[in-house]
Design a protein. Structure first.
Length: 251
């Protein structure tokens, strides 16, 4: 729903307006790739009377769809279907993503970061106040406290943008490089998406405080705020949990 967030995914909507999807309910039971992020959004059909999903329908170029499919893990974490939604002006056929069985976990809860992004989009779109209240009151995932990340002593190899690009199964974040070749099956898609690249800026643009203006210079010259550093530190620990730290990355 949030325009800053959808632009961070490489999509620039031509128009955006609020809409409602009746007979479906909002859930957060799609397990995030990284476990510290809890669950992310999903919709599911229901026969319960009066249940609906309020949201935003975007008019987008067809050329944006492959990129959106990639970041939404179409065919892996999410399926893509067409549903009938009601805007303030008309009935529309809209593309939506729905969680696939291998990623469904009904014990998941969304993080406060994730909910803040939804709430920002909901308020900007003028969704009904009772729906915004429901979102605001939704139980959230409790994260663990993380000490500052320290890489292993044998991770001494130094990479830069050019040399990292020669390793399609390596990725970098916040100054460290990780080998993804031993990733669990749920992360195989991420090897294609992250491999050979530094993902620090990609992650920063998904923070709830992001306005989309973050640049590599902010990283190079250490212009990050405390919240951004904490967020990246959490991801360093999660990358280290999922992959193997093999070196440092120079910006």
């Amino acid at each position: 729903m949030d325009l800053t967030s959808i632009r961070a995914k490489g999509v620039q909507p031509l128009t955006s307006e609020r809409a409602v999807l009746r007979g479906w309910e909002l859930l957060f039971n799609v397990a995030h790739y990284f476990r510290h992020e809890g669950g992310v959004g999903n919709i599911q059909q229901t026969t319960r009377a009066g249940v609906e999903v309020q949201g935003v329908v975007h008019l987008c170029d067809d050329a944006d769809l492959p990129g959106l499919d990639a970041v939404e893990a179409y065919g892996i974490g999410y399926d893509r279907i067409t549903v009938r939604v009601e805007s303030d002006h008309e009935l529309l056929d809209a593309v939506v993503y729905t969680g696939m069985p291998g990623f469904i976990d009904d014990t998941c809860r969304p993080t406060q970061r994730y909910m803040n992004i939804l709430l920002k989009g909901a308020r900007s779109a003028g969704l009904p106040e009772d729906y915004i209240t429901m979102l605001n009151n939704f139980p959230t995932h409790v994260k663990k406290m993380r000490l500052p990340f320290v890489g292993p002593g044998d991770a001494t190899k130094v990479f830069n943008e050019q040399s990292l690009g020669q390793y399609p199964d390596h990725t970098a974040i916040a100054g460290y490089v990780f080998d993804m070749s031993g990733a669990r099956w749920q992360h195989e898609h991420l090897v294609d998406l992250f491999g050979g690249s530094d993902m620090t800026l990609w992650h920063l643009k998904r923070l709830d405080s992001s306005d989309g203006s973050e640049t590599l210079d902010d990283i190079r010259h250490d212009k990050l705020g405390d919240g951004q550093r904490k967020y990246l530190n959490e991801y360093l620990h999660e990358y280290n949990r999922e992959y193997t730290c093999v070196g440092r990355f120079e910006y």
